[in-house]
Write a protein of this length. Structure first.
Length: 224
């Protein structure tokens, strides 16, 4: 993983200012409109569609891979497919959160409830951690393929994605570790009110796009 390049390549683009401003604005809208689910989803779909086009440009070895902001309807449509895939991959996480929320009153009642709560979390959390460590690179590889094929089905070819991830174990482990570090950095930035809501999407999207494209390209074409 070329981490330094992931952080630097975008700044070579002479039009980077305008592109980052729009990314920052959409990210800000997506954060502050979370209670208004539809508005927030449209903003995040636009960013996800932009990420798809960015990955395609990176795979095509464009000199300036950051796409221009145009064809918003097409971008939102592509991003909507990505959000659907993201939802499907995160169903176990969502199910655990719903389980905890709906049974929270029982867990807090006496020794029995507390004991069952502890046993349940101790059993489920390790399984959920393993699940996410496996599906995270599968989703990234699916995203890379979707950028090339524009076919949402690639996200749900679970057997093929899993086999590709398993074949490239060393590359996958390296990518996961890098992404954990990058995600923590941008999560800290996002935690800063207002300023962080602007900076995190604008600076994070090019980095995540580069690392995802690099992983997908190397996983599907070993040795390149």
């Amino acid at each position: 993983m070329n981490i330094g390049r992931a952080f630097s390549y975008a700044f070579e683009d002479p039009e980077i200012s305008g592109k980052l401003v729009i990314m920052a604005a959409l990210g800000f809208v997506g954060v502050i409109t979370l209670p208004l689910l539809l508005v927030g989803l449209v903003a995040w779909a636009a960013l996800a569609g932009y990420l798809v086009d960015l990955i395609r440009n990176l795979n095509d070895r464009r000199r300036y891979p950051l796409p221009r902001w145009e064809n918003y309807g097409e971008r939102i449509s592509k991003g909507g497919h990505v959000l659907v895939a993201l939802l499907v991959y995160n169903l176990p996480n969502i199910a655990l959160v719903c389980l905890v929320l709906t049974t929270s009153n029982f867990w807090n009642e006496g020794v029995l409830g507390s004991s069952l709560s502890l046993v349940t979390l101790c059993c489920l959390l390790p399984l959920l951690l393993v699940y996410n460590l496996v599906t995270w690179p599968m989703l990234a590889l699916g995203l890379s393929r979707y950028a090339e094929e524009n076919n949402v089905v690639v996200f749900f070819q679970f057997g093929d994605l899993f086999n590709a991830v398993r074949r490239q174990q060393n590359l996958t482990v390296q990518w996961v570790l890098v992404m954990i570090g990058v995600s923590l950095v941008f999560a800290l930035v996002l935690a800063i009110p207002c300023i962080g809501w602007l900076l995190a999407p604008a600076l994070g999207l090019p980095v995540i796009g580069y690392l995802t494209a690099q992983y997908g390209y190397q996983a599907d074409q070993p040795g390149r």
